[in-house]
Design a binder for this molecule. Structure first.
Ligand SMILES: Nc1nc2c(ncn2[C@@H]2O[C@H](COP(=O)(O)OP(=O)(O)OP(=O)(O)O)[C@@H](O)[C@H]2O)c(=O)[nH]1
Ligand SMILES: [Mg+2]
Length: 447
């Protein structure tokens, strides 16, 4: 029997202590006294009082979810008491006194997984719902919880198993081999392509769900920090007329329509003799490297210099860059159309100083990441799932290539088994206990 506080620490209207295990109802009766006697029916609330021995602690509600129809599939009791630090800790300690042990992070969800009520992708979706900060992340996680990934993976798995079954037959009856082999090659190549595509698109899914990593880059003094402040509508970063003001990467979240941007203001990129500034530039470059979106800031009130062109070397070839022609409140030297023609990057006239032109930038970003008709739930969002899909795709590709090269069916079948097992890591069928422990250890206590 395990118990935990399921609501956040601190003060709130209600605090919930959850007790789970075959003995949960009996244990709760040791300290929860019903106002009106009588058996506790499952799926109803009962009103009563918490007592520590003879001492009244709180008035509370108790609900009882009976096995197997509960979150964990085991008997579960939830006590809704008042949401203060002392009171919830007291209720928790009473549960422990009654025989429960403190639950580990994510242990309730882990039980739901281990008892087969949900697969691993659904268990992860629970945590994704809790951490969702945008509609996209939330809806995508909700679909995953209802089994969107589980279903997708099991249909791909079924296709591989089908192909494998054909191979097994031809191992036993070599006379069928030729026609069937062509069919198998076709099928596994298709599944491989589907999985590879899912893995590629997962980059977008991840950016949409966990926030678009957005690096604001440019040479010193173009107004990167001013742009960050303007976008956030607050005085977050230090702005001065001295080139090389920003050193560390400053990160802040910004909600833009359905998206969350993880905005990062970076040091102005240039060659510098100053050790600290150089370290700042290294960080800026690393930031640009891993960004889902780069905002390149140019000062439109003066000609581009060598530093601007070295920033271009960093950005060139990236499909995820947009440009801000800043200081457009001053007499213009750089013209938008000419700059766009020169670099082939969409540019926007902005004035960070006057907060002008920002709506156009935001609208463009929303467009970039709405990616046509992609609905939340269409894409993989977790790096773990992406890697498993990549691995499965690679095994299938190698199986198809081996089949074309005339390798024996039993060897091809080994690759197919590996692909199935990679998919099984997503759903948890082939996830080792280390991986499972690692996943649940990142959960909240009480979930
Ligand atoms: N007129 C005008 N001045 C601006 C604008 N944006 C920034 N500035 C000025 O440009 C100077 C540099 O601004 P910062 O935001 O510190 O520039 P930065 O790119 O972050 O500079 P570093 O951190 O040194 O790389 C400051 O004096 C700002 O007031 C703008 O839109 N219009
Ligand atoms: Mg700055």
């Amino acid at each position: 029997m395990i118990a935990a506080v399921s609501t956040p620490a601190g003060r709130g209207g209600i605090g919930i202590v959850r007790i789970c295990g075959p003995d949960a109802l009996r244990a709760s009766a040791e300290f929860f006294k019903l106002k009106y006697k009588g058996p506790v029916k499952p799926y109803t609330f009962r009103y009563g009082f918490i007592f520590d021995g003879g001492l009244l602690i709180d008035e509370a509600l108790l609900s009882y979810m009976k096995a197997p129809h509960s979150y964990t599939t085991l008997d579960t009791v939830e006590i809704n008491c008042h949401g203060g630090y002392a009171v919830v800790q007291k209720v928790l300690s009473l549960a422990v006194k009654a025989g429960a042990r403190l639950a580990e992070p994510g242990e309730f969800t882990k039980l739901a997984f281990l008892n087969g009520r949900i697969d691993l992708s659904q268990a992860e979706a629970v945590m994704d719902i809790i951490s969702a900060e945008s509609d996209y992340a939330l809806i995508s996680a909700a679909k995953q919880l209802s089994g969107s990934i589980k279903d997708k993976v099991s249909s791909l798995r079924a296709e591989i198993l089908d192909a494998q079954a054909v191979l097994e037959v031809s191992i036993d009856y070599p006379e069928y081999e030729d026609a069937d082999r062509a069919d198998v090659i076709q099928r596994i190549s298709e599944v491989s392509a589907k999985l590879a595509n899912m893995a590629v698109m997962a980059n977008l899914g991840g950016a949409l769900a966990s926030g678009v990593k957005t690096a604001i880059v440019g040479r010193p003094n173009t107004g990167k920090s001013s742009l960050l402040n303007a976008l956030l509508d607050c005085d977050r970063a230090i702005v001065t007329e001295i080139p090389g003001t920003t050193r560390d990467v400053l990160s802040e979240k910004l909600h833009v329509g359905p998206l969350v941007l993880n905005l990062m203001d970076t040091a102005g990129i240039r060659q510098s003799g100053d050790v600290i500034e150089r370290l700042g530039v290294e960080r800026a470059l690393a930031c640009a490297d891993e960004a889902d979106l780069i905002i390149w800031v140019l000062d439109a009130s003066c000609e581009m210099d060598n530093d601007d062109f070295s920033v271009w070397e960093v950005i060139r070839g990236r499909s995820n860059a947009i440009g801000a022609l800043n200081k457009s409140d001053l007499p213009p030297v750089l013209r938008k159309q000419a700059i766009m023609d020169m670099f082939g990057v969409p540019f926007f006239n902005v004035s960070a100083k006057n907060s002008q032109g920002l709506d156009g930038v935001k609208a463009h970003i929303i467009n970039m990441f709405s990616a046509g008709d992609i609905e939340p739930g269409d894409l993989l969002t977790a790096e773990r799932h992406k890697q498993a899909a990549e691995r499965a795709a690679a095994f299938l590709k190698s199986a198809a290539e081996a089949a074309v090269a005339g390798v024996s069916d039993d060897l091809i079948s080994i690759d197919l088994t590996e692909a199935i097992s990679a998919l099984g890591e997503i759903t948890g069928e082939n996830a080792g206990s280390d991986l499972v422990d690692r996943i649940f250890s990142s959960f909240c206590v009480g979930k």
